[in-house]
Design a protein. Structure first.
Length: 129
């Protein structure tokens, strides 16, 4: 509710309370004035509740948005980390195989695989997962 309307409502409640003291007790006018005052005060309470609900929903929405932003950043980091691990899991064995094959071919310049070490390694070279 706007601040102006809130102030008007508060002023109206104050004036009703002040007018209430001038009305003789037990009269029908006083009971009507009390009913009006009760209605105004209930309206004020409802408006305060509504404002509080709006504030809570806004805060919850902002917190949820911040959480989603953080979650997206964390998911991106996780994705890059997993990609890096998979890339290393492919590249390191390829480098290992290349080094050992180069050494093995240098050792086996005659074109035949005579050493048992190179024969055993050659059977295990699989650069795929």
């Amino acid at each position: 509710m706007d601040k102006e309307i809130r102030e008007l409502l508060n002023e109206e409640i104050k004036s009703e309370i002040q007018d209430l003291s001038s009305i003789p007790s037990g009269s029908k006018e006083k009971s009507e004035a009390i009913k009006d005052l009760v209605c105004l005060y209930k309206l004020k309470i409802e408006e305060a509740k509504n404002e509080l609900d709006v504030y809570e929903k806004r805060c919850a929405r902002e917190c949820e948005e911040r959480f989603k932003e953080v979650q997206v950043v964390e998911q991106a980091k996780d994705r890059y980390f997993r990609f890096g691990i998979e890339a290393v899991g492919i590249i390191l064995p390829l480098i290992f195989y290349a080094v050992w094959m180069r050494k093995g071919f240098k050792f086996e310049e005659s074109g035949t695989f005579t050493s048992t070490t190179f024969k055993g390694l050659f059977n295990r070279f699989r650069p795929t997962k």
